[in-house]
Design a protein around this ligand. Sequence first.
Ligand code: HEM
Length: 140
Amino acid sequence: MYNGLLHAHSGLRYVVLILLLAAIGTAYSNWQKGDTKDNKLYSFALIATHIQLLIGIVLYVISPKVEFEMISDRLYRFFTIEHSIMMLIAVTLITVGRVRSRKAEGALRHRTVLFFYAMALVIMLVAIPWPFRDLGAGWF
Ligand code: HEM
């Protein structure tokens, strides 16, 4: 089960990143156009992020890389604290952004998505264990 979830979590990162980028691009252009309609992409990005969160929580419980006794080691510290906390912040930003955008009036809804999703995207890019960061994780 561990291997399957790890691969799912690793691959789903690209789905989350692509949906976030698409939502941000759409939000920018709809805001500029003064469009007042809601967009389904904003919800798709939220759903993909929440699925990633659920898999992440299970991994947090079963992963051998989450170990508080080993916190002085860079790799363990990354997965036990840094990755998880930063991703929780990113997921919260996306959730708050989506809820606020639903309540917002007119074209303001797009600006709300743009602001919250862009902040979340930056945090995610920093918190992903890209292979060049030497944290024992691959591209896929
Ligand atoms: C929502 C955005 C998230 C993204 C894009 C993301 C992405 C990733 C990636 C790319 C890896 C490396 C997988 C590999 O080794 O191939 C990883 C590992 C991990 N993630 Fe996440 N993650 C997210 C959220 C979370 C959250 C919220 C948690 C915990 C609450 C979490 C817990 C973990 C753990 C424990 C590992 C290490 C698993 C292991 O190698 O044993 N992730 N994550």
